[in-house]
Every structure is written in structure tokens, then in C-alpha cells.
Design a binder for this molecule. Structure first.
Ligand SMILES: Cc1cc2nc3c(=O)[nH]c(=O)nc-3n(C[C@H](O)[C@H](O)[C@H](O)COP(=O)(O)OP(=O)(O)OC[C@H]3O[C@@H](n4cnc5c(N)ncnc54)[C@H](O)[C@@H]3O)c2cc1C
Length: 420
């Protein structure tokens, strides 16, 4: 399909790359623009989990109480930094309004369907020639230290089985058979055998190489600073590289993660998004102590992913504190200290600051992504919060279908970009 002007995708994170993948495959000319060199960012150092089991959005009943409790603990897994910001205030109100049972009941099947679509696409994609991003289907273990947490997680497991996501409730003995290094007082866990994981850094490398070979163009180190519009239609994007340039587009996809609200403002679209900072530490597996199954230490909200043959990644915390590159060592210590609470003999120490990776999760207030058409030739693919890697192939496929006016593979009504 030859077009005079390309479809411009703003943002070379995992959502932008998968949107490019499906649009290019369907014959469109695509240009990706990113403000950074495309070598780091939220899509690189994340925990790499592909989790159809995560069908409950962040904005759920009980989260506000938990959040308030955690606010006063500097090593806790969730934190909202108090600051005067109208955007934060409005986001908080929207979060509060979304965190109720009726809204969550509606969101559950939508997230399940997008999660399952994405996992299926990852399975297909991992078999394509030239791709190896260490995709493994070993499931996900939710480890619970206390009986109370195990009870709460068992409720999620019952719901999962009801909606077609297999979940096994495991006793103390059963979890320690899967992970012999577990502390004996870990009460048990839930195994979601349908979950998978991969090595995100390698996935992105594979995707970029493939897209470049297929003729997708990239412009890096070019910040999008404005737009040229004609009525409802976006005719061009303005970039600063650092000199100003204008690039014509046939269509525009906003996939700029945590920065999408800023670009939305330039386009008169309200896209509430707060950056949720998280940290990760990647090490070689400790010999003789290898952890085998990706797990979440539920009480501590820490993710542990053995990945890429001999690596292991520890990730966690959700710090709603604006867009900045500060590293809060208290929060990092919170992750490190949680590990021996579950795996006492696993050797882990706080690494120096420069070895700590951080990423900014793009969090919408209702925990659902924005996927859809926002104006004449303007499309949004953003706000995936803690599930962007997991939901990226499905989002890319949906973008292609929406842009081509086809029936979307799954219901997208809850993802409407103009819902706030
Ligand atoms: C610790 C941690 C663990 C995580 N674990 C998982 C997990 O296991 N599974 C999972 O599914 N998700 C996980 N996530 C979440 C996941 O990483 C994100 O949801 C995902 O990376 C978001 O992708 P994105 O493409 O929307 O945004 P990004 O990756 O942030 O990409 C957006 C891009 O837009 C560019 N950009 C911004 N503004 C402009 C501009 N004005 N002009 C040009 N370019 C611009 C940025 O430079 C950036 O490259 C985790 C996140 C963290 C922090």
C-alpha cells in the first residue's frame, strides 16, 4: 500500500513498536519518532511478564485503603508523592470514581480478552523466523506469606477459573516443590499456568531490527513539540532535533507512554496519565540457588523473573511522583529486603545507584489503557500502566484494525480515549 505520507507513530516503546509491526505487516508506510535514542525506557527493564492473569485493574476496591496505609512507609510498594498538581488531583478523583465493584466487573472481561489476544500473538510471534526473545510459558506463581493474603488471592483464583483463566491454589508443600528455596513459613500460592514471560530488552532489539528490515523508518533524538492541524485533522508533527523540523503524516498514533498527557494537551485531548515509577535490578542467577518460576511476592508487590537462560530480574514499587529521573533508595531497599522474606538463602544486596534501572509506567486513572480513535486521523495507544509489555501485541493489532476501519479482534469500548 503506497501512501505519499507515512503513518507517524509517536513513541518507540513497546506499544509504538507493536503498532508499527502490525501496520507495516498490513502494508502501511510507517515512521516512528522518539525523543530518546531508543536504547532504554520503561519498555526495556520491566519484569517481562505476559500475564492474562492480571485481569483486575489497578483501580479496584481496597486499593485506596492499602495506598493510604502504604503512604507512610518509605519502603512500601505504593506511594503517591504529595504535590500541588491539578492533573494529579483530577487523576486522583477519577481513580476514586473508578475503584468500585461495578466498574471493575465491567473491566475484567475486557482485560481478559486483550490479555489472551496478546498472549496468543506472542506465541505466534515467538515462532517467526529471526525472533528469539526467550519467550517461555512457565506460568506465574503468586506467593503468599500469610493465610490472609492467600485467602484474598484464592478469591481471585476462583474468579479466574470462572472466566476461563486457569488458576491452581497451592499449599505450602506444593509451592515449595516448585521453588525449593522458599522459606517454610510461606503459606502457599496461586499458580497461573497460562502466564508466560520473556526478555524485554531482546524483544525490543528483535522488533527494531525486523521493522527496519521491513522498511519502517525511525527518527530518534527528536522530541515532538507540536502539531500542524487542519480542522480536526493532524497534517504534520513538529520535531526538535534540536533544530525545528516539520514532518507530514497521513495519520498519527500517540504511543508516548507517560508523556501522552502532555502531547494530548497540544492536541486538545484529555488523556489523564500519571507516571508510576518502578525499579528493577538484573543479575546473573546465583549458582545452585536458581529460581525457576516467575513469581510475585504478593505482600511486598515484588516481581521476580528468571529470564534469558541465566538472568534474574527483581522489580517493584509504584511511585506516583511526576516525571523525573530521581532514584529513591528507600524504595529500592524495599524491593531488596522483601526477597529474603520469601527466599532466605537467595543472595541479594542493594546494588550501587548506577546499576538500578527505573521506568515510568503510564497509569490511567481507571487502570485501563487508551486504545482508539480520538479525532479525524488521530489515534491513541497508551496508558497501559503495569501491563504494557503484556498487552502490547494485542494493542498493536487493534491499532491496525481500528486504523483500517475493521472490526476489532476484541471489544474496545472501555478503552475509548475520550472517556474522561
Ligand atoms: C519495574 C517495572 C516492571 C514492569 N513489569 C511489567 C511486566 O512484567 N509486564 C508488563 O506487561 N508490564 C510491565 N511493566 C509496565 C511496562 O513496562 C509499561 O507498561 C510499558 O513499557 C509501557 O510502554 P509504552 O510504549 O506505552 O511506553 P514507553 O516504553 O515509556 O515508551 C514511550 C516512548 O515515547 C517517547 N516519547 C515521549 N514523549 C515524546 C515526545 N514528545 N516526542 C517523541 N517521543 C516521545 C519516550 O521517549 C518513550 O520511548 C513494568 C514496569 C516497571 C516500571
Amino acid at each position: 500500500m503506497h501512501q505519499d505520507k507515512p503513518i507517524v507513530i509517536a513513541g518507540a516503546g513497546i506499544i509504538g513498536l507493536f503498532s508499527a509491526y502490525f501496520l507495516n505487516k498490513s502494508g502501511h508506510e510507517v515512521l516512528i519518532i522518539d525523543k530518546d535514542p531508543g536504547e532504554d525506557g520503561c519498555s526495556f527493564g520491566n519484569a517481562g511478564m505476559v500475564v492474562p492473569s492480571h485481569f483486575i485493574p489497578l483501580a479496584a476496591p481496597g486499593m485506596i485503603e492499602k495506598g493510604l496505609k502504604w503512604m507512610f512507609d518509605s519502603e512500601s510498594p505504593f506511594y503517591v508523592k504529595p504535590r500541588f498538581s491539578l492533573d494529579l488531583l483530577r487523576w486522583g478523583v477519577n481513580f476514586y470514581q473508578a475503584a468500585n465493584k461495578a466498574k471493575v466487573d465491567k473491566a475484567v472481561p475486557a482485560l481478559r480478552d486483550l490479555g489472551l489476544l496478546s498472549k496468543k500473538l506472542y506465541q505466534d510471534f515467538s515462532k517467526e523466523a529471526g525472533f528469539n526473545f526467550f519467550f517461555e510459558e512457565k506460568g506465574l506463581l503468586m506467593l503468599c506469606k500469610t493465610g490472609h493474603t492467600l485467602e484474598e488471592e484464592s478469591e481471585v483464583a476462583h474468579l479466574a477459573n470462572k472466566i476461563g483463566i486457569k488458576a491452581d491454589i497451592l499449599s505450602k508443600e506444593e509451592v515449595s516443590k516448585l521453588e525449593p528455596e522458599l522459606k517454610p513459613d510461606v503459606e502457599g500460592g496461586i499458580l497461573f499456568p497460562g502466564d508466560a514471560h520473556l526478555y524485554p530488552n531482546e524483544l525490543i532489539k528483535n522488533l527494531k531490527k525486523h521493522l527496519a528490515e521491513q522498511g519502517v523508518k525511525f527518527i530518534y533524538n527528536a522530541e515532538i513539540t507540536g502539531f500542524k492541524k487542519n480542522g480536526q485533522s493532524v497534517e504534520a508533527v513538529k520535531i526538535s532535533t534540536p533544530e525545528e523540523k516539520t514532518i507530514a503524516c497521513s495519520k498519527l498514533v500517540i504511543a508516548t507512554g507517560s508523556w501522552s498527557q502532555n502531547l494530548g494537551k497540544l492536541l486538545n485531548i484529555n488523556l489523564p496519565i500519571q507516571a508510576g515509577k518502578g525499579y528493577s535490578i538484573t543479575k546473573k542467577q546465583a549458582e545452585g540457588k536458581n529460581l525457576k518460576t516467575p513469581s510475585i511476592l504478593v505482600e511486598a508487590r515484588v516481581a521476580i523473573t528468571p529470564m534469558a537462560d541465566d538472568l534474574i530480574r527483581f522489580g517493584g514499587t509504584m511511585e506516583i511522583g511526576g516525571i523525573n529521573d530521581n532514584i529513591n533508595m528507600n524504595r529500592v531497599n524495599g524491593i531488596i529486603k522483601a526477597v529474603p522474606e520469601y527466599f532466605p538463602s537467595y543472595p541479594i544486596q542493594t546494588p550501587p545507584k548506577e546499576q538500578i534501572w527505573y521506568g515510568l509506567r503510564p497509569c490511567s486513572p481507571d487502570g485501563l489503557p487508551y486504545i482508539g480513535k480520538a479525532a479525524e486521523n488521530l489515534y491513541i495507544a497508551s496508558g497501559h500502566a503495569m501491563m504494557g509489555l503484556s498487552l502490547a501485541p494485542g494493542t498493536g493489532k487493534l491499532m491496525q484494525e481500528i486504523i483500517e476501519g475493521k472490526k476489532p479482534s476484541v471489544d474496545i469500548s472501555l478503552y475509548e480515549p475520550g472517556r474522561f
